[in-house]
Structure formats: structure tokens, C-alpha cells
Design a protein around this ligand. Sequence first.
Ligand SMILES: NC(=O)c1ccc[n+]([C@@H]2O[C@H](COP(=O)([O-])OP(=O)(O)OC[C@H]3O[C@@H](n4cnc5c(N)ncnc54)[C@H](OP(=O)(O)O)[C@@H]3O)[C@@H](O)[C@H]2O)c1
Length: 160
Amino acid sequence: MKHKIILVSAMTENCVIGRNNKLPWSLPDDWSRLLKLVYGKDIVMGRKTAQSHEAFLSEGRNYVVSQSLDQMEGCIIVKDIEDLFHFQENDLYILGGSDIYRYFLPHATHMFLTLIHTTLEGDAYFPAYSEAAWKLVNKDRRYADDRHEYDFSFLDYSRI
Ligand SMILES: NC(=O)c1ccc[n+]([C@@H]2O[C@H](COP(=O)([O-])OP(=O)(O)OC[C@H]3O[C@@H](n4cnc5c(N)ncnc54)[C@H](OP(=O)(O)O)[C@@H]3O)[C@@H](O)[C@H]2O)c1
């Protein structure tokens, strides 16, 4: 494969990634890591993520997958998700939500996951994946403090 496909996500131990189109936590150090990881990169988001409370634009291309939108400022609207493979010119950083992760998971070469050490209620989930298909290349545990409500771990995977 010419380019990498990289899933970037934060989830609780029960795989919740969102609630009411927001992140149900505030973890500033995780957020800074996300911004650093995708700075200048081509990113892919579902329409709801692109319209969510925490939405942001990368300095690279911002692809928004949607059948209902025709335009969004600073973004390239993708109606047929498969087009992203045909026109892929750079590594793609996949920023969710659920269906977008599910679609790209079989094609992903790397995953930068943040596991938040709690369970929460939510309405958007990271899809199930087989640990056997992935090698954990880095793990970094962070502890709750006055700015971070929960312990969390950065888990970097590459496909075996
Ligand atoms: N924790 C994290 O790392 C993380 C990351 C991202 C998002 N989130 C959270 O997740 C939630 C949003 O995610 P979500 O799963 O509800 O929605 P989403 O994936 O962001 O957006 C869903 C929309 O994307 C479009 N879409 C999805 N698959 C498509 C396909 N195959 N072809 C064309 N369009 C497609 C559709 O848009 P149209 O309806 O316009 O057709 C669909 O309604 C929010 O709570 C957000 O805060 C969390």
C-alpha cells in the first residue's frame, strides 16, 4: 500500500467515543496530542464529527464524508467514501465517527488510540477490532490530575 491509513480515536473502556455529538470528557493532554498528530495532515471525518462541538480544521486537506452536504467551509465533501482511495495522495488520518472508523478499520495500517480508564454512557462507539491483528508499539499511561478527570493511556498500534 502506497499511503498509510491511520485511525485516531479516544474511547472509554466500553468503547464510547461520543455522546450528543460531543466528547463526554475533557482531557487537554489528549486533545493536544491529537492536534499535534494531525497537524498539516489530510484528515477524514464524518459529517456529524465535522459539525460537532469540538470540530477543527487541519492545515492539510479536510475531507468530510456526507451525502447530505454539498459544501462546508475549508472542507472537501466526499459523497462516495470509496473515492478517498482513488484520489488518495497522502497518508489519511481517520478521525471518526463510528461508521467512518468501521469502514476504514480493515484498511488501516496504524491506530493511535487513547484508552480512557473509565466506563461512560454514550451514543457513538469505536468498532470492535481483533487485538491479534495489531502490534502495540508504544504505550504511555497518564494519570488523573486537576485538569484530567480520568486516567488514560496512549496506545499506538501498527498492523502485523
Ligand atoms: N472520541 C473520539 O475520538 C471521537 C472522534 C470522532 C467523533 N467523536 C464523537 O462521535 C460522535 C459523532 O460520530 P457519529 O458516529 O455519530 O457520526 P459521524 O461518523 O461523524 O457522521 C455520520 C455521518 O457521516 C456521513 N457518512 C457516514 N458514512 C458514510 C458513507 N459510507 N457514505 C457517505 N456518508 C457517510 C453521513 O452524513 P450525512 O448524514 O450528511 O449523509 C452520516 O450521517 C460525536 O459525539 C463526536 O463527538 C469522537
